[in-house]
Write a protein that binds this ligand. Structure first.
Ligand code: NAP
Ligand code: ZN
Ligand code: ZN
Length: 347
């Protein structure tokens, strides 16, 4: 079992620290990836701080991973040494349940194996991408198109697919009015992708501080949710609202912005419940939905879509020593728009 450099959380309150972790030997269907960049997702922060429940410390997080293949197992056919590849939020699933057989392994009925903090098939706890190398089953490794800049590709593996999947599922496109609530890592990708799909996009942000950026990403309109007039102006407007906010918001206020048969889909994952008054769903026959990442096939489709449309995340590249400071900035909504760790700083 090779030992590799990594960064790990040791408790909910202590800063993340440099450490070493073990990776499994490359099995017949495994790919060894030398990691180049890893994005910082707000889910990493929720996880290490214990927002979502008990954490198997010490834990290395990170599920927006890009790098190059340096070794393949004897039976690997999808990837070869030297290929540019990515790994997202899951590294395996049961492959037998109804959802896996339907190609929706993110909804595996036995629970997919998450890239970190999951029980792996060898009985160990999976460790994520803030590390120099990772070993992953080839079926859960994505091909990253060469036209996407290497460091900017990493956030597509979570922020990109998590927004692409609901936008595709609820048919964002020409003639559709789509609102994106919260313009951080996921939100800014939702704006770019929905605009590329042809939808008319409105950003609902806490203030107008990110307005110029939002319009540059393809939004047609930008409103501050701190201004109560926003909710009067936009009442009964949207076909689809994608909520990316990491804390609870007033669901009734946002649901009132949906037009007939509109859907509010929450991808933001606060630890506290999002209370919904059923009466806010009665008017306009509204729906309130959730969505979790996307399948492996859909992730590949998203990567190819981004390459075709020249879409890449806006990133700030940092060294591993700046992770703790970056976490604080994400928590203050002070990220423009995704931190990406240069994993060379861990070698
Ligand atoms: P992020 O970069 O921190 O963005 C969240 C944005 O929400 C902020 O930039 C801010 O946008 C807005 N916001 C933050 N606090 C707020 C508050 N108190 N009131 C109103 N708005 C607030 O986080 P992220 O990485 O995009 O992740 C967003 C959420 O999605 C997290 O909960 C994460 O765990 C979850 N997630 C879910 C999935 C899934 O599969 N469903 C996958 C990945 C992530 P403005 O400054 O524009 O207001
Ligand atoms: Zn994520
Ligand atoms: Zn399954």
């Amino acid at each position: 079992m090779p030992t590799v450099n990594a960064v790990a959380a040791t408790s909910a309150t202590d800063p993340l620290v440099r450490t070493t972790i073990k990776r499994r030997d490359v099995g017949p269907r495994d790919v060894l990836i030398e990691v180049s960049y890893a994005g910082i997702c707000h889910s990493d922060i929720h996880t290490v701080r214990g927002d979502w429940g008990p954490v198997p410390y010490p834990l290395t997080v990170g599920h927006e991973i890009v790098g190059h293949v340096t070794e393949v197992g004897a039976e690997v056919t999808r990837h070869a040494v030297g290929d540019r590849v990515g790994v997202g939020c899951m590294v395996n699933s049961c492959r037998e349940c109804e959802n896996c057989r339907a190609g929706q392994e993110q909804y595996c009925l036995k629970g997919n194996t998450q890239t970190y903090a999951s029980l792996d098939r060898d009985g160990t706890v999976t460790q994520g991408g803030y590390s120099t190398h990772i070993v992953v089953d080839e079926d859960f490794v994505l091909s990253v198109p060469s036209s996407i800049p290497h460091e900017a590709a990493a956030p597509l593996l979570c922020a990109g697919i998590t927004t692409y999947s609901p936008l595709a599922h609820w048919s964002a496109g020409p003639g559709k009015k789509v609102a994106v609530v919260g313009m951080g890592g996921l939100g800014h990708m939702a704006v770019k992708i929905a605009a590329a799909m042809g939808a008319a996009v409105t950003v609902l942000s806490q203030t107008l501080g990110k307005q110029d950026d939002g319009l540059a990403f393809g939004a047609k309109h930008f409103y501050a949710t701190s201004d109560p007039a926003t909710f009067e102006t936009l009442a009964n407007t949207f076909d689809l609202i994608v909520n990316t906010v990491s804390t609870p918001i007033d669901m009734g206020a946002y649901l009132s912005l949906l037009r007939l048969d509109g859907t509010l889909v929450s991808v933001g994952a606060p630890s506290e419940p999002l209370p919904v008054q059923v009466f806010s769903l009665f008017g306009n026959r509204r729906s309130f939905a959730g969505s979790s990442i996307g399948s492996i096939a859909e992730t590949q489709e998203m990567l190819d879509f981004c390459a075709e449309h020249g879409i890449a995340p806006e990133i700030e590249v940092i060294d591993a020593d700046a992770i703790n400071e970056a976490y604080e900035r994400v928590l203050k909504s002070d990220v423009r728009y995704r931190f990406v760790i240069d994993i060379n700083s861990l070698r």
